[in-house]
Design a protein around this ligand. Structure first.
Ligand code: NAD
Length: 430
């Protein structure tokens, strides 16, 4: 097959010292910013809106539309915050992006801040990834020295400061309002929405929060135009994006391709599953997107395609599991993560995830009781949609998807068969 990969963000990742300013400029870096500064801020917003760039953090909310929600007559300062707290299980695109091409992000931050008329931007990065934090800090320093950040940027009269902020490693701080609490120096816990941050966010001021990949995509749209961006992807999911392949695949990694590519195509390009094994199930975009099976190998990996099969595109983290994997064990591991990371603010999430984990542990050990699977689904129904933020909905989606497709494996755990003894598929090649 012809290679459908479209490297844009990852185009220079193999270059020596791709993260240095000089190398970035040599590849056309910061020309998107120069172009933006010749336009009115509202024109930049319209361009990104017309290109139909949708948020790459998971929810797919249109980026330009989010920018346009910033009230025009608010007396408070406007802030831009980049969400670099990537921590959804399986999700691993923003970290390599910031490591290999931090200036793409920095350029995107300046353009986005200019568009929403912010004079202060924060890049919030997971605390554990010290190497990434240092890399982005270094890029910000370089950009200050070159006059891309600071006072009177490139003689345009526009001023901007950028602060790189290290989080402390809590999954909940990737939730945008908990991130804001954390940035304000408080314990990160989600706030009630509405009001959405675009209206009342950081220090109760209008705040646009965008994912690292979304912001990094902006310079290429400025440079090449909306028609170029829209020439890739599908009708409602335009452009290209990073798909992260992991798990039992021959060649895990980042594959940048048009929206709507299928997992079958990605596996063909990347060398398939590990030798002698076949796909049993996969997540389209991290553990909180309900898992899918080989029946969905040809379903377009875009927002609409995934909704159509009762899942979500999410972060495009394609975790692929082969026939040697116990769905029960994987689901238990994921739910243990959600239980551990629940911030405890609301009861359905705090108690519900704990309860589910106790039951899954029993089922995994083959000590489940008759009716436990129905009870799990009932608990899921009582958590979903009743929690403060999307954390519990993600946990529930993951549980429902697993039971929906592989109920028999969970039932076996209620008939005295532990997960390690249950071989759901006949091995194809042994
Ligand atoms: P959401 O759909 O509620 O909101 C998405 C974005 O749009 C937010 O920035 C929100 O402020 C904005 N928005 C939505 N409606 C708005 C309105 N009426 N006015 C103004 N702004 C509005 O989704 P969410 O709860 O922010 O995020 C859930 C997603 O996060 C999931 O899809 C999941 O895939 C993803 N996620 C990602 C990670 C990661 O590591 N990248 C981790 C966990 C979850």
């Amino acid at each position: 097959m012809t290679d459908p990969l479209t490297p844009v963000l990852s185009a220079n990742w193999d270059d020596e010292r791709s993260w240095k300013l000089l190398n970035y400029e040599r590849q056309g870096g910061y020309t998107g910013l120069r172009k933006a500064l010749t336009m009115q801020p509202d024109e930049v917003v319209s361009l990104v809106k017309d290109a139909n760039l949708r948020g790459r953090g998971g929810a797919g909310f249109p980026t330009g539309m989010k920018w346009s929600f910033v009230p025009k007559d608010n007396p408070n300062p406007t802030y831009l915050v980049v969400n670099g707290d990537e921590s959804e299980p399986g999700t691993c695109k923003d970290m390599p992006l910031m490591m290999a091409s931090p200036h793409t992000l920095v350029e995107g931050v300046i353009i986005a801040a200019y568009a929403i008329k912010a004079k202060m931007a924060f890049i919030y990065i997971r605390g554990e990834v010290l190497h990434v934090i240092r890399r982005v800090q270094q890029a910000v320093r370089e950009a200050y020295s070159a006059g891309y950040i600071g006072k009177n940027i490139l003689g345009s009269g526009y001023d901007l400061d950028i602060v790189v902020h290290a989080g402390a490693g809590a999954y909940i701080c990737g939730e945008e309002t908990a991130l804001l609490d954390s940035l304000e120096g408080r314990r990160g816990q989600p706030r009630l929405r509405p009001p959405f941050p675009a209206v009342a966010g950081l220090y109760a001021s209008p705040t646009v929060i965008n994912n690292v990949e979304s912001i990094s995509t902006v310079p290429s749209i400025l440079r090449n135009g909306k028609e170029w961006f829209k020439s890739m992807g599908t009708e409602k999911s335009d452009g290209f994006t990073m798909y992260s392949l992991s798990g039992h695949v021959a060649h895990p990694g980042q594959y940048e391709a048009p929206m709507g590519i299928t997992l079958r195509q990605l596996l063909e390009i990347s060398g398939g599953m590990r030798e002698g094994h076949e796909l049993k199930f996969f997540t389209p975009g991290g553990s909180s997107t309900p898992l899918l099976t080989p029946d969905n190998l040809d379903t377009p990996l875009d927002y609409e395609g995934m909704m159509g099969v009762k899942s979500m595109l999410g972060t495009k983290a394609l975790q692929c599991f082969d026939e040697t994997t116990s769905v029960v064990r994987v689901t238990l591991r994921w739910l243990e993560f959600y239980k551990h990371e629940s911030c405890g603010k609301c009861t359905p999430c705090r108690e519900g995830t704990w309860w589910v984990v106790q039951m899954l542990r029993r089922i995994e050990a083959g000590e489940g009781q008759e009716g436990d699977v129905d009870k799990l689904m009932d608990i899921a129904d009582n958590i979903g949609g009743r929690s403060f933020c999307a954390l519990a909905d993600g946990a529930v989606g993951c549980l429902r998807g697993a039971i929906g497709h592989f109920r028999e494996e969970f039932e076996a755990g209620c008939r005295g068969i532990p997960a390690w003894q249950y071989l759901p598929y006949e091995r194809s090649s042994t």
